[in-house]
Design a protein around this ligand. Structure first.
Ligand SMILES: [Zn+2]
Ligand SMILES: [Zn+2]
Length: 212
């Protein structure tokens, strides 16, 4: 039997739409279970086989709940992990395009759309391990930053805090112009006169290292 020739394509127009996806784009793919949200993947290759049957090679993004460790408190609702899990799928299952932002860019978005996600970890599907395997922690609770949660920054040590960990309401925190965490407030007081200068004055950062 003659081998069917495959043609590599640069782009593919999603069935029933005018939307075109290209290699390198992040795409949404229909889940087998229609109750479930679509799968997210990075489009690696598009190939047209016989009878215009288009197949795509994808690299899956995992949602926290699909990872071995499951969803943790600091995982954002739009968080994804770039996995080492590749697959071949029919292009028919592509539903649309989406954007997977870097963590930094995601936190700078003015508004988060339906198709905005972010990724700060790579994930090894077989072992369940993450890269990087360390992440900065903040607040008294020493948790990594969840961009869904409101946090307030201490003007002195520059650490970030959850209102609930400070026994403050979100409303009260939003009204603050300046905030000094309990540790820094104590340091300021013990410095006496110099530290009791008006809040507007620039405060020297204390020796405490800024955690990044
Ligand atoms: Zn906290
Ligand atoms: Zn502080």
């Amino acid at each position: 039997m003659a081998k069917t020739k495959k043609k590599v394509l640069d782009s593919y127009t999603i069935k029933g739409t005018k939307q075109t996806v290209k290699v390198g784009d992040c795409i949404l793919m229909r889940a087998h279970d229609s109750d479930k949200p679509p799968y997210v993947a990075k489009l690696e290759k598009i190939e047209e086989g016989s009878k215009s049957n288009v197949r795509v090679r994808v690299r899956w993004y995992y949602r926290p709940e699909d990872s071995i460790g499951g969803r943790r408190q600091f995982h954002g609702s739009k968080e994804l992990f770039l996995s080492d899990h590749f697959d071949e799928q029919s292009a028919d299952t592509i539903e649309g395009k989406c954007t997977v932002h870097t963590f930094r860019n995601y936190t700078k978005l003015d508004s988060v759309g339906n198709d905005d996600y972010f990724c700060r970890f790579e994930y090894k599907a077989a072992s369940g391990s993450f890269s990087p395997d360390r992440v900065a922690v903040y607040c008294k609770c020493e948790m990594p930053y969840n961009p869904d949660d409101l946090m307030v920054q201490c003007d002195a040590c520059k650490d970030w805090f959850h209102p609930e960990c400070l026994k403050m309401s979100s409303k009260a925190v939003k009204k603050l112009d300046h905030y000094f965490c309990p540790d820094c407030a104590t340091t300021r007081k013990s410095r006496g006169k110099e530290a009791s200068s008006p809040h507007k004055a620039k405060v020297e950062p204390p020796a405490k290292r800024r955690r990044r």
